[in-house]
Design a protein around this ligand. Structure first.
Ligand SMILES: Cc1cc2nc3c(=O)[nH]c(=O)nc-3n(C[C@H](O)[C@H](O)[C@H](O)COP(=O)(O)O)c2cc1C
Length: 380
C-alpha cells in the first residue's frame, strides 16, 4: 500500500486493542519519525505502552478507548510554522502507520495534555497528539464514530477549491485527496485556489484552534494526490507542481547451483542498482524494461509483469520520478556492461545484493522480489 492508497484507507479510529506495537513496526515508524524530525526540526515522538493520557476521559466528543500508544507532536516554540509542520509531517507518519495496518486518530482535545508535557524539552511547545495502535478487525463500530457527528461528511470539491473549470487532472486529484484529509471537528476550514500560472495557493477560511495543523495535513494530502510538488509554509502558502519523469527496469534473477542470484549494475556515478531507464515514446513499461536490460547488460530477458513495484523519489528540486520495477529472467545474449552508463555488472546472492544496493528504495524492491520468488518456490 502506498501513501496515496493510505489516504483512501485511513479513517479516525477511537477503539483500540491492548496489543503492543511490535519491535519491527516501532522501527519502521521510527524511520519516518526521525526523517520528519530531521527535515523540519520537530520533536515528534512515539510513546508506547503508556495508557495514562487517555485513561480517565469521558468527554462527549470523540472518546477514545484502549489507547496505550500515542504520537506526541511538538517542536521549538519559536518556530512560526510549528502547527503546520506538525500537521504535514504528522500526517505522513499517520499514513505510514495506515500502510502498516495500524489504526490512528489525531487528538487535539480529548487527552490529558498536562501528562504529555513531560515528553517535552525546555523551549518546546506541545501541539497535539495522535492515538496509534492495533484496532479490531471490524473497524466500523459505533465507538469509532464521533459521538455527535456519526456521519463523516465530506466537503465537495467546489467547497474546497477555486479554479476547477479547466483545472488540470493533477489539481483535481489533489483536491480529491484533500477531501479525505482529517481535520479537528471535521471543519476543513481551508480553500485551495489554482492560479493562472498553475501554482496553487492554500489559505484558511476561518480561525479555528487547530486550523494550521489541519492546513498542514491538507497540504500533504494535496501534494500526494497531485503526485509531487512543493509547498511554502503558512496561511497563503504556494504549491508548485513537480515535473513528472518515469523510468522502468527489472530485478533480474537466475538460479545458479541451487541458489537464487540477482544481477546488479554499478552505474558510472558509483551506485549499485538494477538496470533501468527512461520510457521512450510508444513503449509499454515492459518494453522499456526489456530494452534497458538489453542495452545496459547485453542480455535478453523475459519480463514478468505480474511483479510490479513502484518507487517514487525527487531526483532534483522540482522533479518527481516514478521508477517501475518488474522481475526478469535472462533468455540469451552476451553479458557485457554498457560503457556510457555502467561500470560493472555482476551476479550476487540475496544477502550480497542486499548489502551492495546503494539506495534504501532499491533494497525494499529487492526484499519484495526475494519474498515473492521464495513464496513461488515454496508453492511449487
Ligand atoms: C488536529 C486534529 C485534532 C483532532 N482532535 C480530535 C479529538 O480530540 N478527539 C477525536 O475524537 N477526534 C479528533 N480528531 C479527528 C477528527 O474528528 C476527524 O479527523 C474528522 O472528524 C474526520 O474524520 P476521519 O479522520 O475519519 O476522516 C482530530 C483531528 C485533527 C486533524
Amino acid at each position: 500500500m502506498t501513501l496515496s492508497d493510505a489516504i483512501t484507507a485511513r479513517t479516525s479510529l477511537r477503539s483500540y486493542l491492548r496489543v503492543p506495537i511490535s519491535a519491527e513496526q516501532r522501527l519502521e515508524l521510527g524511520k519516518t519519525i526521525d526523517q520528519s524530525n530531521q527535515r523540519a526540526g520537530l520533536h515528534i515522538q512515539l510513546i508506547c505502552d503508556q495508557p495514562e493520557p487517555f485513561a480517565s476521559l469521558t468527554k462527549s466528543y470523540g472518546m477514545l478507548t484502549g489507547v496505550t500508544n500515542y504520537l506526541v507532536f511538538a517542536g521549538p516554540e519559536t518556530d512560526p510554522d510549528l502547527d503546520e509542520k506538525c500537521g504535514y509531517y504528522g500526517e505522513r507518519i499517520i499514513l505510514t502507520a495506515t500502510t502498516m495496518g495500524l489504526g490512528t486518530c489525531w487528538v487535539g482535545g480529548t487527552y490529558d495534555r498536562d501528562f504529555c508535557l513531560r515528553h517535552l524539552e525546555p523551549g518546546e511547545r506541545l501541539v497535539c497528539v495522535a492515538a496509534i495502535g492495533h484496532v479490531p478487525a471490524e473497524r466500523g463500530g459505533r465507538e469509532n464514530l464521533i459521538h455527535n457527528a456519526p456521519h463523516r461528511s465530506i466537503k465537495t470539491a467546489a467547497e474546497l477549491a477555486s479554479g476547477l473549470s479547466h483545472a488540470p487532472a493533477w489539481f483535481m486529484a489533489g483536491i480529491a485527496a484533500v477531501q479525505r484529509a482529517p481535520s479537528a471537528r471535521n471543519r476543513q476550514a481551508y480553500r485551495f485556489v489554482k492560479k493562472r500560472d498553475n501554482s496553487v495557493v492554500a489559505h484558511l477560511t476561518e480561525e479555528t484552534p487547530f486550523g494550521l495543523v489541519d492546513l498542514g495535513i491538507a497540504k500533504l494530502h494535496f501534494e500526494l494526490g497531485a503526485h509531487g510538488g512543493a509547498w511554502t509554509w503558512g496561511d497563503g502558502g504556494v504549491f508548485h507542481k513537480a515535473a513528472e519523469e518515469k523510468s522502468c527496469g527489472a530485478v533480474i534473477w537466475r538460479m545458479s547451483e541451487g541458489r537464487r542470484e540477482y544481477l546488479l549494475a554499478r552505474h558510472n556515478g558509483g551506485h549499485w542498482s538494477f538496470p533501468k531507464g527512461h520510457v521512450e515514446s510508444g513503449e509499454s513499461e515492459a518494453d522499456t524494461a526489456a530494452r534497458e536490460i538489453r542495452e545496459e547488460t547485453g542480455l535478453t530477458a523475459r519480463v514478468d509483469t505480474s511483479f510490479r513495484q513502484m518507487v517514487t523519489y525527487y531526483p532534483k528540486s522540482g522533479v518527481v520520478k516514478d521508477v517501475i520495477f518488474f522481475l526478469a529472467s535472462p533468455t540469451g545474449g552476451t553479458e557485457h556492461a554498457q560503457e556510457e552508463e555502467i561500470a560493472q555488472i555482476g551476479w550476487f546472492s540475496f544477502q550480497e545484493a542486499r548489502s551492495l544496493v546503494t539506495f534504501a528504495t532499491d533494497e525494499e524492491v529487492l526484499l519484495a522480489a526475494e519474498s515473492c520468488l521464495a513464496q513461488r518456490a515454496a508453492e511449487t
